[in-house]
Ligand binder design. Structure first.
Ligand SMILES: [Zn+2]
Length: 354
């Protein structure tokens, strides 16, 4: 019964009454909730210590943020960023992004703090000697060069020990790790519970990535995909990054075809290579071009990545989740342009903008 008051018991052994403690924290009054269990309902939202503690009618007291006629939508998760390349975590948070998946950074990045922004990072990509990206943009430590399967597996163990929470494995033009080494890296990652993403842009690269057990495409491939490759990815996932490649027709068509085959779509911008801090409206519009409805775009940026990356505190405006949300003047379930109609952004209960 999601329209009734639901409470998170903040203290064991007693029932806290948010109605009687209006000074407890942030309150939003009479707002239309977007997504999750309360989708479309007009309710009050109470926040204590950065968490949503109650959602229901007539909860908010004096001093509440007025939400009448406004929409409260969960903050986004960007599933492809490079913060070492463009260190703007505060700007991302202010732009409505609560968490980001960092897909290639030098080793010391794994120990860094990012303020309000939750970051899950791969650290350096594991690559062949002289492989992508060590002879181009990633020369300064963005790739860890491995000679064979044993070194690749060892490198995964070492990255995990230093804080990596996922593995990025390029499958590009030569030099590339041998198939045996790719498999060894994937196996080591899966043994540690790390999901594996590949930078793979052509049909043969995307096919090889899937054949060695890779879980997600870090980009929508840019070259046309064959039917066998599309079926191979039916139970996989793809991070959109459509704008990073100029939103080309082939790339948009690939995303449409991957979705039609059954693949899961995650919103991602390749921030660092793209430079719009926050929710990138141009990426959202390209997702719509690829056939996603505004509600499906919402899911690709919130609930879907929350479950993909195990970010259980994010992805919805629900009791027990982090108070990471945007107050919007327009309804993002009707049109994606609504994500630009921002009245306020909170991440973990702290106001980030305006
Ligand atoms: Zn990237």
């Amino acid at each position: 019964m999601p329209h009734l008051l639901c409470l998170l018991l903040a203290c064991a052994g007693r029932s806290p009454s948010p109605v009687e403690s209006p000074s407890a924290g942030l309150q939003v009054q009479g707002v239309t909730i977007v997504g999750g269990a309360h989708d479309g309902q007009v309710l009050d939202v109470l926040v204590v210590d950065g968490l949503i503690t109650a959602i229901g009618p007539d909860l908010a007291g004096e001093g509440a943020v007025r939400g009448e006629g406004l929409f409260l939508a969960p903050a986004f998760i960007d599933s492809h960023v490079h913060l070492a390349y463009l260190p703007q975590s505060a700007e991302l948070a202010a732009g409505g992004v609560a968490a980001a998946i960092d897909l290639a950074a030098p080793l010391d990045f794994l120990a860094q703090e990012h303020g309000a922004l939750r970051v899950l990072a791969s650290g350096p990509m594991i690559t062949a000697e002289g492989g992508y990206p060590t002879r181009s943009w990633g020369a300064a430590g963005y790739g860890l060069e491995c000679a064979d399967a044993a070194q690749a597996a060892e490198a995964v163990q070492s990255l995990h020990a230093q804080g990596a929470r996922l593995l990025k494995l390029p499958v590009t033009s030569a030099p590339v790790l041998s198939e045996e080494a790719l498999r060894a890296a994937v196996e080591a990652a899966h043994g540690l519970g790390l999901p594996v993403l590949s930078h793979a842009l052509s049909d043969s690269e995307a096919a090889l990535a899937r054949a060695v057990g890779v879980d997600l495409l870090a980009h929508t491939p840019t070259e046309p995909l064959s039917e066998p490759t599309l079926s191979a990815w039916a139970e996989g996932a793809v991070v959109s990054t459509l704008r990073a490649f100029g939103g080309s027709a082939d790339t948009v068509e690939n995303l449409r075809a991957l979705r039609a085959a059954g693949a899961t779509v995650l919103y991602g911008t390749d921030f660092g290579n793209t430079r719009t801090p926050g929710i990138d409206l141009a990426e959202l519009e390209l997702l719509v071009q690829a056939g996603l409805s505004p509600a499906e775009v919402l899911a690709a940026g919130t609930s879907v990545p929350a479950s993909t990356w195990g970010l259980s505190e994010l992805g919805a405006v629900e009791v027990g989740k982090a108070a990471s949300f945007l107050l919007l003047r327009e309804d993002p379930r009707r049109q994606v342009e609504a994500w630009a109609s921002v009245e306020g952004v909170w991440i973990g209960g702290e106001r980030q903008a305006p």
